[in-house]
Design a binder for this molecule. Structure first.
Ligand code: SF4
Length: 296
């Protein structure tokens, strides 16, 4: 990719300024601009292209990490359950008060639901979420000695925990490879024609087969980070996308570099991130912590 916009962008990407991460529209000589490929891509070519996209994204987001603040598996599983139907930012702004008051599964299992509801109100669906996290905590206490289990088969039996939540916990709290098929992941892998599947479990299997297992967790972060910052659902910033030369969907969004630049979010647009306590690598790259709840 030497000399392509992708390489230029990835060499300088570090979250310091949007301009540094931007790529102009598809370069001259690129094979196509929009529409389907002229002929079906071979399996080998697909695997190569998919892995190349992941490598490029690793350069664009070398500091990629889970965007929920957590200090232990219990905090991560609760935060992941709370993140349904809301942003990670809002969860991160809410959980400090929750975990200060109820630091362990035993504490939350014994909590007065009305008091938990008050704390969780900013997360939306706070009554249902209160029931979920108290029920989850009770199950952890009664069935797992107050510990979050580190096996998929145990995690998915916990109330309110599906495969997506289980893989987030396995990948990020236990270091066990997992693919997180959230809304961003589903959208991007279809844009990239990695799979035509629509069912999350089938997407997980199809994409998992393109990569070594050891790549799965970071792959999930790279894809989700790209979806949140550049390849948005309604208006992808194609003109500022470092992987444009590898993307069959280039042109689905804004291709004008200057206009695309203005669509970038979080550190790529020079804005705060979602975590109040992001990893040091993110701060070192110029990332800005999210403000606490109620801050201007
Ligand atoms: S659709 Fe546009 S923004 Fe998304 S990956 Fe492709 S080129 Fe980049």
């Amino acid at each position: 990719m030497a000399g392509t916009p992708a390489k230029k962008a990835t060499r300088t990407a570090g979250g310091k300024s949007a301009a540094e991460t931007a790529a102009p529209a598809r370069p001259a000589g690129a094979k196509r601009v929009t529409g389907h490929p002229p002929k079906p891509e071979s399996r080998t070519a697909l695997v190569r292209r998919a892995r190349r996209i992941n490598r490029e994204l690793a350069e664009v987001y070398p500091y990629a990490h889970p965007e929920l603040d957590f200090e232990n598996p219990f905090q991560l599983i609760v935060a992941t359950v709370l993140s349904a139907q809301t942003t990670d930012l809002r969860v991160n702004q809410t959980t400090p008060a929750l975990f200060a008051r109820y630091p362990t599964p035993e504490d939350l299992a014994a909590a007065d639901p009305e008091q938990v509801e008050e704390i969780l109100r900013p997360c939306g669906f706070f009554r249902a979420k209160t029931r979920s996290v108290i029920g989850l905590s009770k199950a952890l206490v009664e069935e797992h000695g107050g510990e979050v289990p580190g096996r998929l088969e145990d995690l998915v039996k916990l109330p309110g925990v599906g495969r997506k939540t289980a893989f987030v916990v396995l990948g990020n709290a236990f270091g066990r490879p997992g693919i997180t098929v959230d809304t961003h992941f589903q959208r991007l892998v279809r844009r990239w024609r990695w799979t035509e599947e629509t069912d999350p479990d089938k997407i997980e299997a199809a994409v998992g087969a393109l990569f070594p297992k050891s790549d799965w967790t970071m792959l999930s972060h790279h894809v989700i980070w790209h979806g949140r910052r550049i390849c948005h659902a309604r208006k992808p910033a194609c003109g500022a996308c470092p992987i444009a030369p590898l993307c069959p969907a280039f042109g689905e969004g804004e291709t004008d570099p200057e206009k695309a630049q203005k669509l970038l979010k979080y550190e790529k647009g020079g804005f705060p991130g979602q975590r109040l306590k992001p990893p040091q690598a993110y701060l070192d790259a110029g990332g800005i912590p999210a403000p606490p709840l109620g801050a201007a």
